[in-house]
Design a binder for this molecule. Structure first.
Ligand code: MG
Length: 377
């Protein structure tokens, strides 16, 4: 660090200095931020992306992730991931990768904490119902909805709607919402969050499915990436089946992170971008080796067949979708049942979109409660 300042805490000068020392020129530096839609004064003790992270953590949408389905609803037990614990696992993996690649951890953390904010209750099952309800009004996607939450729906500041996040934080989510169809690549920080999301769910969905008895270890042993992780763990002590399973899941994450770091570092080395702007002109640099990418694909298609489409998951899915459809119908027939804050928006945003904004914000349990109250069963 350069000269010690008179201030007893880290000021904006030293935040910039710290980034210059710790992260690469092609990382996103907070001094180069394109700012916020509604200009705000800099804060002395927090950089812009730290501030974004804190704003996201203080939203109602973030807190509600704790009662939203990742893959399995909370009736199934207390072991498996919910949308919040998934988000925290993604964040932890993404920060590790960001630190190792010497890119902006604060930005990575903000984007990781935000990445699933737009999920409605019951995960992708809920998303499909809302997409169906808004078929002729632009549809519904959780990635797009996360942007709507942070730009419009959260009203926590008197001076502007939404959270007024930095453009760099929003850009990561815009890339996800555009389903990667943008003409340029996103920042390395956004690429890392995407990769960490996939590393987290590939590993924890297998772990959760085993714990819930939807899979047994023998079935997973047919999958090369699991097989290899198991072989590595087997080289150590004799473990009980549960200890073995947990060790394999850790090994699975470790293996993917290691592969991603080596492959991405070599891509960066090859292209030698000089700035974060140049990164956007190159094809994505963060990625897995061909071999691990193929093995991950195989694991994902196995999970799709054996877990996401498991009869017990499908049964919950059908019931949850039915409840959401009935709730939508009942609110459409009687918009006076909407809470006043939503009712006031229907004229401007359209009734169907407003109902979906309301439904998307619900937790699983609140959906069931509202369904019982408004639909009478
Ligand atoms: Mg996710």
């Amino acid at each position: 660090m350069s000269e010690k300042s008179d201030q007893p805490f880290c000021g904006s000068q030293s935040i910039a200095e710290r980034e210059r020392l710790l992260i690469e020129p092609y990382a996103v530096h907070s001094t180069h931020t394109k700012g916020r839609k509604y200009p705000e004064a800099k804060q002395e003790y927090r950089g812009p992306f730290q501030r974004d992270r804190d704003r996201i953590i203080h939203t109602a949408a973030y807190r509600r992730l704790s009662h939203k389905t990742q893959v399995f609803t909370n009736e199934a037990g207390d072991y498996h991931r919910n949308r919040l614990t998934h988000t925290l696992e993604v964040c932890s993996i993404a920060r590790t990768i960001a630190r190792a690649l010497r890119i902006n951890e604060d930005l990575v953390e903000a984007m990781a904490l935000m990445h699933d904010l737009g999920h409605p209750p019951f995960g992708h099952s809920g998303e499909d119902v809302l997409a169906e309800c808004l078929e002729n009004e632009g549809g519904f996607s959780h990635n797009q909805h996360a942007l709507r939450i942070v730009e419009v729906l959260e009203t926590r500041y008197p001076g502007f709607p939404g959270l007024n996040l930095s453009r760099e934080t929003l850009e990561g989510q815009q890339y996800r919402a555009a389903k990667h169809n943008e003409t340029h690549s996103p920042s390395l920080e956004a690429q890392v969050v995407d990769a960490a999301d996939s590393i987290a769910y590939d590993s924890h969905d297998a772990d959760d499915a085993l714990e819930l008895g939807l899979l047994d270890v023998e079935q997973l042993q047919e999958i090369p990436i699991w097989q290899r992780a198991m072989k590595k763990v087997n080289e150590g002590d004799d473990l009980s089946p549960t200890a073995m399973r947990r060790a394999v899941v850790h090994e699975l994450i470790d293996k993917q992170v290691e592969d991603l770091l080596h492959t991405s570092a070599s891509n960066i080395q090859k292209h030698q971008p000089e700035s974060a702007e140049e990164v956007k002109t190159l094809s994505p640099l963060v990625g897995h080796s061909e071999s691990i990418a193929a093995q991950k694909k195989e694991l994902e298609s196995f999970l799709l067949r054996k877990v996401y489409r498991h009869a017990s998951v499908m049964e919950v899915r059908d019931n949850a979708q039915q409840a959401l459809r009935e709730l939508f119908q009942s609110l459409q027939n009687n918009p006076d049942l909407l809470p006043p804050s939503f009712k006031g928006r229907a004229d401007e945003m359209g009734l169907r979109r407003t109902i979906c904004d309301y439904l998307a914000g619900m937790t699983d349990r609140f959906t069931w409660r509202e369904h019982a109250r408004l639909c009478g069963n």
